[in-house]
Design a binder for this molecule. Structure first.
Ligand code: NAG
Ligand code: NAG
Ligand code: NAG
Ligand code: NAG
Length: 437
């Protein structure tokens, strides 16, 4: 987590300018990685504190709720812009899950929304991936624990337990059968803002986690995430599936691990991904000031208000012997097998993943274990707070400081509760599949 790029806008701008002036022909991603590299030293003090706080928080959780809560940390770097929409039905030939180095073609033709909307129910296909856990409808909240510790990422948030969240109307299943996780919208608070963070009680060493959501938290001050992680962070590994802050419209997926996990390149074509590498290629939290290996989606409807306006979408995170991969599909591009509950990632209809971290550089059985899924919505803190005055990010062309008139994220979050009516998750389902051929 945490490149504190946003807290260093001037530094970053100067460095970028310097790069542009002196290395005019270098690819922008190289400029970016250099900037990221240069920013590391500055970020290190903060991230060490974060790592320490995580361990403290994790210890507290273990005491109160044995065996279940994995604390995670989330976080990363911001990225620069791009705008292509999702991918569809292309990909690199059928067997994308059969080899860690597959997916060599990222050249997929960009799909156009020509009105061929997938059937809402999909078509069942033969697949070795079997449903082992599902959360949907009125039973959605069964099998999750409500986390009530302080936010390890330093947000101005109070996470409610299940009873308090239910009584406050912040966790419920709505009339559409979708689970809602909202935040307190009271104006002029004297303390933190109330929110919800939940973790599945289950843990898996491999699987496909599929999130089908129609709405996610958005707006200045918000920092939502949906991710999985294992115990003893970062030993169990962390896979950030959906994450971003403030007004961002492009998702960022990131992994954070123990030392020894890398990606082979920062070139999307080489990696076989549709997204853009925005962090480094060393995923070790301890060696990169917790930056991790981040990838920003090329889809400008993959996060935030744009995701919501587009009717949401489906994310699939696959952890198996071949590595970790993340796919995103807008509602009209969800593969039929996924809709039918018989996901088969080897089908070409899955298309190019937005992100993938191959087993060739990061052996999954070494770096990821006992993963639970987690939702949260925090405010400000290490990422949303430090990005408060940043602009020029997809979706956040104007800074939150400018847009709200508040010079700090924290002051805005405390005062303007009515600004958080869109800061909610509305989830159709979370389903977990395991490889059981
Ligand atoms: C995918 O793998 C299966 C089994 O290994 C093989 O029979 C099939 O031909 C492969 N398909 C493609 C498109 O490579
Ligand atoms: C939940 O999903 C399962 C499997 O897809 C489905 O059979 C069931 O009807 C759903 N339950 C609700 C309450 O929507
Ligand atoms: C990325 O890799 C592809 C395939 O090897 C190559 O054609 C392209 O020039 C590379 N891009 C950059 C920016 O290096
Ligand atoms: C918060 O309180 C201040 C001072 O009383 C007041 O000026 C402001 O309008 C209040 N803000 C909201 C959103 O109610």
């Amino acid at each position: 987590m945490m490149l504190k790029l946003h807290s260093l806008p001037l530094y970053f701008a100067l460095f970028l300018l310097e790069s542009l002036l002196f290395i005019p022909s270098v690819h922008s991603s190289n400029i970016f990685s250099r900037a990221v590299h240069r920013t590391h030293q500055i970020a290190s003090r903060h991230t060490r504190l974060i790592a320490r706080d995580l361990r403290v928080a994790f210890g507290a959780v273990l005491v109160s709720e044995p065996a279940q809560q994995s604390l995670g940390n989330v976080r990363t770097v911001y990225c620069k812009s791009s705008s292509a929409s999702g991918t569809n039905g292309l990909g690199s030939g059928g067997n994308s899950s059969s080899s860690g180095s597959s997916g060599s073609s990222s050249q997929g033709t960009t799909s156009t929304k020509t009105g061929s909307v997938a059937s809402p129910t999909g078509s069942a296909v033969s697949t070795p991936w079997k449903l082992v856990e599902g959360h949907n409808g009125s039973d959605f909240f069964q099998g999750w624990s409500f986390f009530t510790g302080s936010d390890p990422t330093h947000g101005v948030v109070d996470y409610l337990d299940k009873d308090d969240a239910t009584n406050a109307g912040l966790a419920y299943v709505n009339s559409a059968g979708n689970a809602v996780m909202a935040v307190d919208t009271t104006n002029n608070l004297t303390g933190n803002r109330k929110s919800v963070r939940i973790t599945t009680n289950s843990q898996y060493n491999q699987g496909i986690w599929i999130l089908d959501a129609v709405h996610m938290p958005t707006g200045c001050g918000t920092w939502p995430a949906f991710w999985t992680n294992g115990p003893n962070w970062p030993a169990g590994g962390e896979i950030d599936i959906v994450e971003g802050v403030n007004d961002y419209t492009n998702n960022q997926a990131t992994i954070h691990t123990n030392p020894g996990c890398t990606i082979s390149s920062s070139n999307s074509t080489v990696l076989g991904i549709s997204g853009t590498v925005v962090g480094g290629t060393n995923c070790a939290a301890a060696e990169t000031n917790n930056q991790g290996c981040g990838v920003r989606s090329a889809s400008d409807v993959s996060f935030g208000a744009a995701f919501n306006k587009n009717g949401g979408g489906v994310y699939a995170s696959k952890l198996d012997d071949t590595g970790v991969s993340i796919h995103f599909w807008p509602p009209d591009q969800v593969p039929s097998d996924v809709l039918a509950g018989t996901p088969n990632p080897s089908l070409a209809s899955w298309g190019t993943p937005m992100a993938q971290w191959s087993s060739s550089g990061c052996n999954p059985s070494t770096f990821f274990s006992d993963h639970s899924a987690i939702f949260d919505t925090t405010f400000c803190g290490d990422w949303a707070g430090s990005a408060w005055s940043s602009s020029g990010i997809p979706g956040q062309e104007q800074s939150c400081a400018q847009r709200t008139g508040y010079s700090t994220c924290e002051a805005f979050v405390m005062a303007e509760g009515s600004a958080f009516t869109q800061a909610y998750w509305e989830v159709k389902s979370v389903k977990v599949y395991q490889y059981q051929p």
